[in-house]
Design a binder for this molecule. Structure first.
Ligand code: SF4
Length: 231
């Protein structure tokens, strides 16, 4: 466990030294992201913390966001979808368009997540994520340092080698605030209408967009872009 933490902190310090103040951590306040936030608070506090508020998040996510604000005393910049874009999709397809087709679900994610992230990353040199390789088959090829071609920016994943047990061991050992939904069998948490609890033995991401999955795993597009591996 200790070498994993040391390696992640070394990578954070290296990234801060190279890219601050033009480096952001896009934090969703899931278990991995509160772990990374805690690490940043300890060793790389000039990294800018941002979050994407889709307007459809569960109350428990706002609660852990508040707990982190109090715990770490670091500003958290919230990026919202453009009102005109949300008004357009709701007017044309209703508030639950994501149930109607994969295309409409991806349009909703594009407007509520991708566009705000694009604004959050504009003018930056690097962004940090809490993704882990074992989370999904689509993340198997991800590396600690990549070039994200979708956003044309350096992408750094300090927890890429961590296991789920590593994450929870860290959270318990450091009393890190975490989303209460994790205790109700939600290993992966996104928007409220697109996230459900999973059963024992299900893929950890099976609770995301479960109605459209054939292989048990779906992605929102934030981490699905082609990347060039650096290490
Ligand atoms: Fe829309 Fe669901 Fe994607 Fe959230 S997760 S942006 S509600 S489709």
């Amino acid at each position: 466990m200790q070498p994993t933490i040391d390696a992640s902190m070394a990578l954070l310090q290296q990234a801060e030294a190279e890219f601050a103040p033009d480096i952001v951590f896009a934090c969703s306040f899931g278990a991995e992201d509160v772990t990374l936030l805690d690490l940043i608070s300890r060793c790389a506090r000039s990294i800018v913390i941002v979050t994407l508020d889709t307007g459809r998040l569960p109350q428990q996510t706002y609660d852990v966001m508040d707990a982190c604000r109090a715990r770490y005393g670091m500003p958290i910049e919230a990026y919202f979808p453009a009102a005109a874009e949300v008004e357009f999709i709701v007017r044309e397809a209703g508030p639950n368009l994501f149930r109607e087709s994969v295309e409409k679900r991806k349009l909703c994610c594009e407007i509520r997540k991708i566009h705000p992230l694009r604004r959050a990353l504009a003018g930056r040199k690097a962004w940090l994520t809490g993704v882990r390789r074992e989370q999904a088959g689509s993340r198997q090829q991800m590396a600690a340092i990549e070039h994200d071609e979708q956003f044309d920016i350096k992408k750094i994943n300090p927890l890429i080698e961590w296991s789920e047990a590593d994450v929870w061991s860290y959270i318990r050992a450091h009393d890190v605030p975490y989303n209460a939904l994790h205790d109700a069998h939600y290993p992966s948490i996104g928007c409220a209408p697109c996230t459900r609890a999973i059963a024992v033995g299900e893929n950890p991401r099976a609770g995301r967009w479960w109605w459209e999955q054939e292989d048990g795993v779906a992605e929102c597009g934030l981490h699905a872009s082609p990347v060039k591996r650096k290490s």
